[in-house]
Design a protein around this ligand. Sequence first.
Ligand code: ASP
Ligand code: MG
Length: 824
Amino acid sequence: MTEAGRVVHKFGGTSLADPGCFRRVARILAAWPEPRQVVVVSAMGGTTDTLVHAVELAASRDDSYRDVLEGLCVRHSDTIRELLPSEAAGPVIAAIDRDMGDILDVLRAAMLLRGFSRDTMELVTGYGEVWSAQILAALLSTLGVDTEWLDAREVLTVQRNSRDVDVDWAASRERISEWTNRHRTAPTLVITGFIASTEDGVAATLGRNGSDFSASIFAALLDATEIHIWTDVDGVMSANPRLVSEAVTLDTLSYDEAMELAYFGAKVIHPSTMAPAVERALPIYIRNTFKPDLPGTRIHATSSSAFPVKGLATIEDIALLNLEGTGMIGVPGTAHRLFGALRDEGISVVMISQGSSEHSICFAVPNALAERARAAVEQAFFAEQHHGQIQRVDVTTDCSILAVVGEGMAGRPGVAARFFSSLGKAGINLRAIAQGSSERNISVVVNGSDTQRALRAAHAGFYLSEQTLSIGLVGAGNVGGTLLGQLQQQARRLKHEFDLDLRIRGIATSSKMLLSEQPIDLEHWRDQLEESGELPDLAKFAMHVHADHLPHAVLIDCTASDDVARLCGTWLERGIHVITPNKRANTGTIEYYRRLRQANRAEGAHYLYETTVGAALPIIQTLHDLVQTGDEIDQIEGILSGTLSYLFNRLDETHSFSSLVEEARRLGFTEPDPREDLCGTDVARKTVILAREMGIPLELSDVATTSLVPESLRDGSVDDFMAALPAFDAEMEARRREAADRGEVLRFVGSIGRDGAASVALRGYPQSHPFARIQLTDNIVLFRTQRYRDNPLVIQGPGAGREVTAAGVFADLLRLAAYLGAPV
Ligand code: ASP
Ligand code: MG
């Protein structure tokens, strides 16, 4: 029978676990564009295990095997009744009942014989596939898909060997063409996986998980063009997703890569089961039954993926043995004796490494075999040890092997460098290294306790952008919340254009915090914080954000809190970058300020705070550039508060001071308590920040600050304050008029001179002065320097507001990314 163009589908037990699963599978098949298809099925999930259990119970004379079988029978007939109309259900249920009768007979014999043969076990355990195939075939027929089912025991012929079976291809081919001649060929053929029979017609199985093998055998027998293995994962992953949350689904793999990964326990089909497909160069797809729209992983002769490395895997519970001594140098036959001794003990060696000095040979075996291996080696080299030619046999247990697999590594320099540098950066100690000359696999031995960290670090080295930033935001109010919105809008573009991967992995407010392994969905962070937020704990928060497996960590402090500011030093010292519009850290003691700057230098952690003065206006950066290029600052003078800027820009004979405070408060330009703006401390803090940036060790208490809050109104409630303020309007109006008479306007200004004299006060400025010509909540800063002597450098513009402040923090984040190497 030649059925060129046919696809073989194989559905595993989890894809056929219940009626819903059968319907899902039927939908996939009914929607398949090519009508002729071969469908190889496993038993309903768990059935084979249950049958094995029943055999064992019977053999141990436990007659509860009957209940076990009864349960299986009920599960199948319930499934059938739910899926099929009664006229279709009847014959299938009857067939299963007959099979159950046979099984009961066989198991009764096992019970009487107090044991079971291989024949018994293989006969009984194969029934699950016979049932699932009939159910699926009947379901497809009722859906109008023209379907036949085939009991593989009628055609697939095998010879048993001591471990499993060999396929008798000639006999199988002959029997399948006989079968085809006897049956009409329906376009869709459902075939039992797992089972076969011997030449004498004895039921056999292909070994546990044998249905994959069935799929590739039938693909060969029926000349199919491709195989789709449907399972419950999206495809072959780059690493175990339970250990590496960043693991990705691989688009393609070569057969050889798939075999390497299968050895490491990746969820790939077993190498031997692929042989018939590999011989015919059939592509094999690993696909998810539950997400049929995904393309899955394509396994073929060659793989064209862009990644040089495909998978990373670990083997745990490994012991490393090291045989060391001068007596081995240049002596032929040492390795022969060593591994011969291990062979005689039946110990299979997992990895071998010998340096070309031949001074030592090191090899890895499973932990459990370590002592036997040591004894065997010591015995083999007894004489040498006795004569001191071999010093010792060291055994280190509880190690792990970490391997990277990928054909693209062959002949490509730099892959190993990347692997080792990611491990080095994560501080992982390598105990042994091996790479075969096929260059398809590099394996290293690490301490068992480092396994997951090593795997994650190496995975990040190959699969993540070098500019992957793990970000935690503390404070999600006006500025923080707006920042998240801006990030949400730009993140995708930044990733695409600059390979800059900004991952918000934590958000903390004063009442809750949200930690997430995967980037937080910035469209729904508020709901998520509400629903799954936990009590805030900033130590835990920082630890989470500072993840080993992501290249860089950043904490953004968008609070106005002293407590958070006090943590910045520790964060920086741990190598976490810090970005903040919070003035508190920079205006603490000068010692703390120095510590922040020092940590920056020592740990390579960047500390960015442009928005602490004038929001996003480039004030800090400009000052920094002036100082670092050797200019000398004579004086900095500025209107540094948007609130106070507004009040004095609007003050005239028609607007009293108190009415303007009232208005500004209504517009949200002031703090809830306007005295916090009027007292001048905010301006004094900004003055301190600028002074320190100039290199002057100023403390907040050194700034001569003249408060605008009348002495008698400093205590008491906000309402009392607002009510009493008009009484002071006359005084303010007098000052204004006095200034106006001199041709001046009043401005609230912070100033710092090169001698360190710092003041914050209300002063008069002539109409021609830049301070007289500003608007609304503008900030303005004048730099008088050696280079800008005749005419000052002026920076002016809106210096407050959530949008611009958030954008300023965002800009600091991009500046950080640029420092880290992003091409932004
Ligand atoms: N049902 C068999 C087992 O569980 C074969 C298979 O599912 O591949 O081992
Ligand atoms: Mg600024």
